[in-house]
Design a protein around this ligand. Structure first.
Ligand SMILES: *Cc1c(COP(=O)(O)O)cnc(C)c1O
Length: 330
């Protein structure tokens, strides 16, 4: 098979059993986030919608699931020497928090121009921050150097079996709570969330169609599925800052290729509309990236009329200044 030939032999793809193991590991630590419903949203989509509110997860996004599962999976002797990641966003915060809960050190490598709020949040979870110049320095090389110097383990944001398995617990909880669904719709960046959730949906709701949603400006995932291989694109411009990855992960792509029915895109304007809907009508703050899946359903990009649709609201980390700027003049 062509997929297998492109994989490195060391690659271990997670299965639904790994998601179950992750569920046990995160139990009592990660929140079992609520599943929200709205008659207004149902009327807009002409479908029955179930919103999994990961904006209310610890550290403000589903990333805590994968980060905590990955730190938990390390042998105690390996874990003791700490973890490291490059991330200016939700993965960095989630990993810092997970490491703090295990009482081990976390180093997060961030670009010098990361907004102060995000730096403060990550530091607030006890991480040490190492800055780099995104124009002249190679963040992966810096991360590897820190890992080597400190014997710390690199936990990547999506291209990792334990990360994928952890993220899959979001859909696992959703389906266990509401029963079988016809569609599962989730945002797609590097593919940790979508691959993990696909494992759960295929196992617990076999007829379910799995749909990934990307920002219009960065549809590398859609291109990759069409082409049958991982397509790389230049850094896209979108307000969905959690989904600006330029290529899918090696562990993620084979799962997406096997299990995902379709990938659709939404515009920044549709994301802003959806953020407003959540704030005004459902009284929740969802960050732009967190709105991808809901925006696709509410704006008719998924043909789900009359169906039961699970939607992952992936995160809520947007500061008021950014939030305000998005709604300026309305
Ligand atoms: C990271 C992130 C995503 C994308 O997840 P991947 O696992 O990279 O596909 C979506 N939404 C939010 C809020 C995120 O932080």
């Amino acid at each position: 098979m062509t997929v297998v030939s492109t994989l490195s032999p060391a690659l271990r793809l997670p299965t639904f059993d790994d998601v179950r193991t992750a569920q046990n590991r995160i139990s009592g630590v990660a929140h079992v986030t609520p599943v929200l419903t709205s008659k207004t949203a149902d009327a807009m989509a002409g479908a029955r919608l179930f919103f999994k509110a990961e904006n209310l997860q610890r550290s403000g996004a589903f990333k805590f699931r994968g980060a905590y599962n990955s730190v938990s999976a390390l042998e105690p002797d390996i874990r003791r020497t700490g973890v490291v990641a490059f991330s200016s966003g939700n993965h960095g915060q989630a990993l810092a928090y997970a490491a703090q809960l295990f009482g081990v050190s976390a180093v997060i490598v961030m670009p010098q121009d990361t907004p102060a709020m995000k730096v403060a949040a990550t530091r607030g979870y006890g991480a040490e921050i190492v800055f780099y110049d995104r124009y002249t320095e190679d963040r992966e090389a810096i991360t590897r150097r820190i890992a080597a110097e400190r014997h710390a383990t690199i936990i990547p944001p999506y291209d990792h079996a334990d990360v994928i398995a952890g993220q899959g617990t979001a859909a696992l909880e959703l389906i266990e709570e509401v029963g079988e669904i016809d569609y599962l719709v989730a945002p797609l960046g590097g593919g940790g969330l979508l691959a993990g959730c696909a494992l759960s949906a295929k196992a617990l709701s076999p007829g379910c169609k799995i749909i990934g949603v990307e920002p219009e400006a960065g549809d590398d995932g859609r291109q990759s599925l069409r082409k049958g291989e991982i397509v790389r694109i230049p850094v896209p411009k979108s307000i969905a800052d959690g989904a600006l990855t330029t290529y899918l992960g090696q562990h993620n792509f084979p799962i997406l290729k096997r299990d995902v029915h379709d990938i659709v895109t939404v515009s920044d304007t549709q994301l802003i509309d959806t953020m407003r809907f959540f704030a005004e009508r459902m009284k929740i703050i969802v960050e732009p990236t967190g709105c991808l899946a809901a925006a696709a359903v509410l704006h008719g990009a998924v043909a789900c009329a009359g169906k039961r649709v699970g939607i992952i609201l992936s995160g809520g980390n947007v500061d008021l200044k950014t939030f305000n700027a998005l709604f300026n003049g309305c």
